[in-house]
Design a protein around this ligand. Structure first.
Ligand SMILES: *Cc1c(COP(=O)(O)O)cnc(C)c1O
Length: 480
């Protein structure tokens, strides 16, 4: 190869630079389809940036032969950057973490009935606060409070943005500047900075702690009551369990004491299921109805945990207390939107047919997936992944344990199946596993698993049959 003098190289670069088409020319021809899709403003910027990048490439010594189509390159580059910019930041993923109600992955998945109702509410005017019988102004809670009462046995109900809001509103409305008695064993922190003591002070209520971390007795409640007491409260120990030498006072006994002293009693149930989960072979959780029947005057619980609906906080209980809660100014700030109500009603409707719930309610279907289903699926996915990953990794199908998640039943685990991926060389695979985890997250629909015991684990409980083909298809795109 002959030496090229600096001068000649300079001439080549100038010749190449001269071939970069003017932005205006690209806009009036090859970029027309992009303008139709993205609008002129964005396309002008994208073509300009692509042209600048190309010039920098040429100045850095890149060479292209005489037939190379610079105009097509600018349009391709612009199309790629526009598509990347337009991709939503909130995206669908595959939840193979083994945690069904995963707070960071959006908790409950909603059934088709709810999806259809949300689409309708998004695209059509609705009678959100309009009484169709009288033609006058209505109350959005009226749309579903009868149904909530039917399913829980409560006198009245209201709905707010989430359960944290439900607790905040309840305490603000009933216990501002007064004392609330809570056992030290129930002063929990739920992930994401929801701490009962903090909520209490935000609501302007004074926390009166009683008992010890592991043991609280009825007389502890009794002795704490004074003229400033507004409420006795119990909180479900969602995400942890105290075992061993423990004692807590059941709801009915606390409620009886409260009523004997003319006080209301509230329970923050957290997950709050509407049906007895034991009938589905799941660990038992107290239902909302049981809690109401045990004498709780108010019960708060989430819409998107075991209930299987949209993010919401439900408050049920005695009519006069719910009335007071609904009149509080915070209710307006914490109220739910029409999309939430649209999604919640059909989910609640499903509970009227308990025999069909296991099939129709997505959360329950996932929690009760037959082991044989997941085992057969694990064998299929094992083969696909082993092929995609090659010799560097060894993939095996194995039994594993899923979790319900969102603080529901933290101790009990569900037998499940999945694939376990080891670094094939048998070396400790820290870096290789992290690279694999990253590659799975870089797929068009990111796959989220978990690393434990020197292996990457993909629990298949939440990969339903309808989603399997999409999962399998994109495995071929894994880049390691
Ligand atoms: C989850 C939970 C909350 C918070 O509910 P969100 O709906 O996430 O706001 C409050 N209390 C308990 C006991 C919980 O388990």
């Amino acid at each position: 190869m002959s030496e090229v003098s600096g001068n000649e190289t300079g001439k080549d670069v100038r010749a190449l630079l001269a071939r970069v088409p003017a932005v205006e020319r690209v806009l009036s021809s090859a970029a027309q389809p992009l303008i139709g899709e993205y609008g002129r403003t964005q396309v002008v910027d994208a073509i300009r940036m692509a042209a600048d990048a190309l010039r920098r490439e040429l100045l850095a010594g890149a060479s292209f032969d005489a037939s190379f189509n610079f105009e097509a390159k600018l349009v391709d580059d612009a199309a790629r950057s526009l598509a990347a910019r337009a991709r939503p930041h909130l995206r669908a993923v595959f939840n193979l973490t083994g945690t069904v109600l995963h707070t960071n992955l959006g908790r409950a998945l909603l059934p088709d009935e709810a999806v259809r109702a949300v689409i309708e509410a998004l695209t059509r005017p609705m009678n959100l606060e309009f009484d169709l019988a009288t033609g006058s102004r209505g109350d959005r809670d009226d749309l579903i409070d009868d149904l909530i009462c039917e399913l829980t046995g409560a006198e009245a109900a209201t709905v707010v943005n989430n359960n944290a809001a439900a607790v905040l509103l309840t305490l603000s409305a009933l216990a501002s500047k007064k004392e609330v008695v809570v056992s030290r064993g129930e002063l929990v922190e739920i992930g994401g900075a929801f701490r009962i003591p903090d909520i209490m002070s935000r609501a302007g209520a004074k926390l009166r702690e009683i008992g010890t971390t592991n043991r609280t007795h009825l007389k502890d409640y009794d002795e704490a009551i004074n003229a400033r007491t507004a409420l006795l409260m119990k909180v479900h120990c969602s995400n942890y369990a105290i075992e061993g030498f423990t004692k807590s006072v059941p709801v009915d006994e606390v409620a009886q004491l409260a009523h004997a002293r003319s006080l209301p009693m509230a329970v923050d149930l957290g997950s709050g299921t509407l049906v007895d989960l034991a009938q589905f072979g799941l660990p038992t959780e107290p239902t909302v109805r049981e809690t109401v029947e045990a004498g709780a005057d108010l019960v708060t619980f989430s819409g998107d945990k075991l209930l299987g609906g949209p993010q919401a906080g439900l408050i049920v209980g005695r009519a006069e207390l719910i009335r007071k809660i609904k009149k509080h100014p915070l209710k307006r700030a914490l109220r739910v939107g029409k999309l939430t109500l649209a999604a919640l009603e059909p989910v609640l409707q499903l509970y009227r047919a308990p025999e069909l719930l296991r099939e129709r309610l997505t959360t329950l279907r996932l929690l009760t997936r037959p082991a044989a289903d997941m085992q057969a699926q694990a064998a299929r996915v094992q083969a696909v992944l082993q092929r995609a990953l090659g010799d560097a990794y060894s993939v095996t199908a194995e039994p594993m344990m899923s979790q319900i998640g969102s603080g529901a039943l933290p101790v009990d685990q569900l037998p499940s199946f999945g694939v376990v991926i080891h670094n094939a060389a048998g070396k400790r695979g820290g870096r290789a596993l992290m690279k694999l985890e990253e590659a799975l997250r870089a797929l068009p629909r990111p796959v989220i698993g978990r690393i434990a015991d020197d292996a990457l684990r993909l629990d298949l409980r939440c990969l339903e049959a309808a989603d399997e083909p999409a999962f399998v298809a994109q495995c071929a795109e894994l880049r390691l």
